[in-house]
Design a protein around this ligand. Structure first.
Ligand code: 4NP
Length: 159
């Protein structure tokens, strides 16, 4: 059984699809695609079925040469059982996820993505949706850092 990661933001069109695709890219490069599986979801229903935001895709292609694949879906309670680790992009996402787990049974599976950064000090991946191109570039930089840190922890079995 692969180790299953779920990346979660608000809309599932900017930050979490970037995290999912960057992590999958790193996993492929490491030859671990059979061992670690990635998906993403949004806490909101705003963009269900939509592809990643064009501005986010442009930043991912410009900075990393990768395409962002996938369609937005909403986080569901069944994801708590389905996934081994759930990575929230910001504190609101984290709180919204835990609201769906009132008994706290799955609390230990839910983490903030920036915990895994080693090169950046930000505690959250900022929402780029209403800002300019620099915000999208910053999301990519932060997520590369966090995904590298996360992959290292997983491969060293420190999670
Ligand atoms: P995301 O960005 O949570 O990183 O996908 C957003 C996408 C859409 C909205 C907000 C943030 N929105 O308000 O529609």
């Amino acid at each position: 059984m692969p180790y299953k990661l779920l990346f979660v933001c608000l809309g599932n069109i900017c930050r979490s699809p970037s995290a999912e695709n960057i992590m999958s890219h790193l996993i492929d490069q490491a030859g671990l695609s059979g061992s670690i599986f990635c998906d993403s979801a949004g806490t909101s229903s705003y963009h269900i079925g939509s592809p990643p935001d064009r501005r986010m895709s442009a930043a991912a292609t410009a900075k990393l040469g990768i395409q962002l694949r996938g369609r937005a879906r909403q986080f569901a309670k069944s994801d708590f059982q389905e996934f081994d680790l759930i990575l929230a992009m910001d504190q609101d996402n984290y709180n919204d996820i835990l609201t769906l787990d009132p008994t706290g049974k799955y609390h230990g599976k839910v983490r903030l993505m920036c915990e895994f950064c080693t090169q950046h000090n930000l505690k959250e991946v900022p929402d780029p949706y209403y800002g300019g191109v620099e915000g999208f570039n910053q999301v990519i930089d932060l997520l590369v850092d966090a995904c590298e840190g996360l992959l290292e922890k997983i491969t060293k079995q420190q999670i």
